[in-house]
Design a protein around this ligand. Sequence first.
Ligand code: ATP
Ligand code: MG
Length: 241
Amino acid sequence: MRLLELHRVSKHFGGIRAVEDFSLEVQAGEIVGLIGPNGAGKSTLFNCVAGVFPPTSGEIVFQGKRIEGRKPWELCRLGIARTFQIVKPFASRTVLYNVTVGAFATTSRLAEAERRALAVLRTLHMEEKAHVRAANLTIADRKRLEIARALATRPRLLLLDEVMAGLRPTEVDEMVEVIRRLRDSGITFFVIEHIMRAVMALSDRIAVLHFGHKIAEGLPAEVARDDRVIKAYLGEDYGAA
Ligand SMILES: Nc1ncnc2c1ncn2[C@@H]1O[C@H](COP(=O)(O)OP(=O)(O)OP(=O)(O)O)[C@@H](O)[C@H]1O
Ligand SMILES: [Mg+2]
């Protein structure tokens, strides 16, 4: 079943064509990777899907309904959640508080919000950190908190924007496992990631953006040996390594 469809989506900022004519389908239960060099338009595309701003043109369809131009909180209620590339928790508040705030996006009952928040923290193996202030978390735990906040909204589609940046290799492996488990529980993922080892291992399919254009889409192994992708992003050494 098609969960998310992007039809010829473009986003221009004045003269900057950040995303140009981008089309993609994400099936329910898939993990789709989005890669490409800095400034390629990846976060901009997520912002269009998550309702931060409307696309300049094109259609975005979620569960069969047109959603382009809707506001983030409406999209959140429909089942789309995202993490931000720059994490901004309420630093002086506890982990539990931060995740409970996430849950309030889709419930107005405190007991329910806290129950959900605790369940999400358990899933992410963060329950023992529930009462730690966000400011005192390691980078890896801050990233996990960012995912927890999004999960607490009970999404069907979760957009992850570089949640592995800054993590150590073992932490990256743990994060890959966490995302796989969440997918198995029924959540669909659209994932921006620069750590190739992770995105290759995780993704069912990968789309590649370059100067706003999709230059490739396919299985990880196909994308990894695509000449245009190697030239634009991976580098000549990648295939050889
Ligand atoms: N709100 C904005 N206003 C103006 N220009 C923007 C805005 N957001 C992004 N851009 C521009 O759009 C282009 C794409 O940026 P974007 O952040 O989407 O790239 P990215 O692929 O996420 O890069 P990175 O890998 O570095 O995160 C860049 O030229 C950027 O400067
Ligand atoms: Mg980005």
